[in-house]
Design a protein around this ligand. Structure first.
Ligand code: ZN
Length: 400
């Protein structure tokens, strides 16, 4: 069966490359979320040609997203359901030339090749191969491609969930994020705060009449740094890339500022807190604790501090021993000729939208994480085909 899948894909090497080159040429940078409609239409046409029955679902305006939409399609008609999930926005380029893809030495170089337009091409061809070779058994694959993953996927994946387009009975979900050969069976949760401190302005000549918001901010931020240090020391039990830190990670003051001029007592000041929490942590409990720390510090100096929660996304984790994980491991071992490696992703993943509904969810894609988002982003063409083969054979494992 693997040989059949490989043969089917090998006949379409140039076709896959040409599609990826076309997708890279659309500068779907997010932020701000440019040209999303144009990218969606290329995907729809490609899916039409592959018999993947696509439709474009327009979604509500969100921030600056241009023509926000979801491209949805699928193959098969059986009961058992497997999701292939992807995104077609990319992070902003370092150089405009990244939108002219270069195909050389078995690689395609360009913005989004690894994260994750290359992975999306693998998913399309994996699903089409599974259909053409009769691997779908009593099941179907549904493809859902969203437009705003790089800014949190609240519009795209949020719409899927709100509209009931994620069926909790699904047997599994795969997303083609650049996992570099590993399987990401877990990902961190995210908690982000904006803390605003108010004081009273006064000119430097009458500084004693003011209330210095920055001074209050300094007092409030100190215990937040202590908290960040404590969280960094709480390690996850999920295996991770040896180069990644295993504690929950926080950035305090990623954005900060305030005041109106150097010679005026600042009447306002702000700082942000952005945390990536291990799946073992209780996100609501940590939010309460963090809020408590800020409120207590503010009370100590009589500061007027307001906390806004700007992001709250739960972690995700499917045990590597789950049958859906074992099946994926078997298929990867067969295609790659080496045992599959299960690891936790250091950031957040869209697996969470499915995981929250009890669906086993995994990140596995052809790109490498260390080149994603960088100036020389590329994807290996052979890796794209191997990944497509994994997707097709996984459908066979899970659906028949
Ligand atoms: Zn991505």
């Amino acid at each position: 069966m693997r040989n059949q899948v490989n043969a089917w894909l090998d006949e379409r090497v140039d076709e896959m490359a040409a599609l990826l080159v076309r997708l890279i040429a659309v500068d779907s940078e997010n932020p701000p979320g440019r040209a999303l409609g144009q990218c969606a239409r290329i995907l729809r046409d490609a899916m039409e040609n592959l018999g993947l029955g696509p439709e474009i679902i327009d979604i509500a305006a969100h921030q600056e997203l241009e023509e926000p939409s979801i491209v949805r399609g699928g193959v098969g008609s059986g009961d058992r359901l497997l999701y292939f999930h992807g995104h077609f926005d990319v992070v902003p380029a370092q150089d405009r030339r990244q939108f002219t893809a270069v195909r050389r030495d078995g690689r395609i170089v360009g913005r989004g090749s690894a994260d994750m337009k290359g992975g999306v091409v693998s998913m399309l061809y994996g699903a089409a191969a599974a259909d053409a070779l009769g691997l779908l058994g009593d099941g179907r694959i549904v493809l859902q491609l969203v437009c705003d993953e790089e800014t949190g996927s609240v519009a795209g994946a949020g719409h899927l969930r709100a509209a009931g387009m994620i069926d909790p009975r699904a047997v599994a979900m795969l997303t083609a994020e650049p996992s570099g050969g590993s399987v990401w069976n877990a990902a961190r949760g995210a908690l982000s705060l904006h803390v605003n401190v108010r004081g009273r302005e006064a000119h430097v000549g009458q500084a004693d009449r003011g209330v210095n918001a920055f001074r209050h901010l300094v007092h409030i931020a100190r215990p937040v740094f202590d908290y960040a240090e404590e969280m960094a020391g709480r390690h996850t039990d999920f295996p991770m890339d040896p180069d990644d830190a295993t504690g929950s990670m926080l950035v305090v003051g990623g954005r900060s500022g305030g005041g109106s001029n150097f010679n005026v007592v600042p009447g306002s000041a702000f700082f942000t807190v952005d945390g990536r929490y291990n799946p073992e942590e209780d996100l609501d409990g940590e939010l309460k604790r963090l809020t408590g720390i800020i409120e207590q510090a503010a009370a100590e100096v009589g500061a007027d501090a307001a906390i806004e929660v700007t992001q709250r996304q739960p972690a995700a984790g499917t045990a590597a021993t789950h049958p859906a994980a074992s099946a994926l491991g078997r298929v990867i071992a067969e295609v790659e000729g080496r045992p599959a490696r299960f690891e936790m992703c250091a950031g957040i993943l869209e697996t969470r939208w499915y995981d929250q509904l009890g669906i086993p969810a995994f990140g596995y894609g052809p790109g490498r994480l260390d080149v994603s988002h960088g100036p020389s982003e590329y994807v290996d063409e052979a890796a794209m085909r191997r990944c497509a083969a994994v997707y097709a054979l996984y459908a066979n494992e899970m659906l028949s």
